[in-house]
Design a protein around this ligand. Sequence first.
Ligand SMILES: O=P(O)(O)OP(=O)(O)OP(=O)(O)OC[C@H]1O[C@@H](n2cnc3c(O)ncnc32)[C@H](O)[C@@H]1O
Ligand SMILES: [Mg+2]
Length: 204
Amino acid sequence: MSKLVLASGNAGKLREFASLFATHFAEQNIELISQKELSVEEAEETGLSFVENAILKARNACAQTGLPALADDSGLEVDALQGAPGIYSARYASADDGFGSGDAANNAKLLAALADVPEAARTARFQCVLVYMRHAADPTPQVFQGSWEGRILTVPEGTDGFGYDPLFFVPSEGCAAASLSKERKNQLSHRGQAIQQLLARWQA
Ligand SMILES: O=P(O)(O)OP(=O)(O)OP(=O)(O)OC[C@H]1O[C@@H](n2cnc3c(O)ncnc32)[C@H](O)[C@@H]1O
Ligand SMILES: [Mg+2]
């Protein structure tokens, strides 16, 4: 069994990865371990792009565990906000702007920012960059990227998923991402797409 550290502290992501790995990697003898289980201190996300932050997170987990690591940097790009919150999606709302922090605060701030924006102009997409590194000094990180198109709702919908899922309308399904089963979200999502690319590379 080869060990792979998942360099994320986000419980929603960890659930999706556990399910994706159970579906796609059952025969590959990979033991997926969250960085928290190995007491890894979280990396500072000082990059200016998803790929830079994913590399910082993967390298940090490799350095602290001596194991290979997989990191996910992701976020929501809203066209009417010129791509915000983007790489700052996890820290979009803050105490300074009166919303507080966390998923509910981020969603409330997003709804307020789009209050005057009509439905047709509420286009958005989730981005996900996955980085796999064999060790902290790996000079050739493997990079996989997925994106998922949708629209920002005016009221939250659904109880599954995490983050911005209750506000992310998926046109092909006619509902919010938070109304999809975990399996369906994984088939369609930015993260699911990136994992499928990783699988294709690893099986090649
Ligand atoms: O950095 P790690 O430890 O992995 O956890 P994080 O939550 O800080 O993750 P990011 O820095 O990648 O920030 C991504 C944010 O974008 C949002 N996001 C990413 N993927 C999402 C998804 O599938 N559904 C809903 N929101 C998502 C969510 O709010 C995340 O907090
Ligand atoms: Mg983060």
